[in-house]
Design a protein. Structure first.
Length: 168
């Protein structure tokens, strides 16, 4: 007999519009969190492999914005805009991400930073306005692989900082 009602396994009401990516990073969560708070850090690791970032404006505070351009390895420029909606150091960052302020296709992301022994488990949970926009992000922009590469770049960057601290 199939489970129904309260006996059915819970599924998120947004599951068909979500992308969830996580990674364990060998660094303290305060450092991993800090890598998101300052543009000098973000410009060193943000984006998939081969991308670079040029920041036009950056204010890390609730209600603040990050206006930037991601430069693809093929020379394509991608206009980007992030609006910080919640900041709870060193546990959580919530944001709205689109091409510009007022973008009707902007998506919501929540990043959580949880201790995992001496390491940090970071999770990026992104919810798109529609299933179609999520599918387009996955198929056309390779959002899942790009997200994994971005977290890999973050891991390499903070590991480098940790190693430099040990050497000093």
């Amino acid at each position: 007999m199939a489970a129904t009602g309260r006996d059915a396994p819970e599924q998120s009401a947004t599951a068909d519009r979500e992308i969830v990516i996580s990674r364990v990073i060998s660094a303290p969560r305060e450092l991993v969190f800090e890598a998101f708070t300052e543009v000098r850090h973000l410009s060193r690791w943000w984006g998939p492999e081969g991308f670079t970032t040029t920041t036009r404006a950056f204010e890390f505070r609730v209600g603040g914005e990050w206006d930037f351009v991601m430069h693809g390895p093929d020379g394509t420029d991608y206009q980007e805009w992030i609006f910080w909606t919640e900041i709870a150091p060193p546990e959580r960052i919530s944001l709205r991400h689109g091409e510009s302020r007022g973008d009707p296709n902007a998506f919501e992301s929540v990043l959580t930073f949880a201790p995992d022994g001496a390491a940090t488990r970071i999770e990026m949970r992104t919810v798109f306005p529609t299933k179609e926009l999520r599918d387009e992000a996955v198929e056309k922009y390779h959002a899942v692989e790009g997200g994994r590469q971005t977290l890999s770049n973050l891991a390499a960057y903070v590991t480098e900082i940790v190693l430099k601290g040990v050497e000093d």
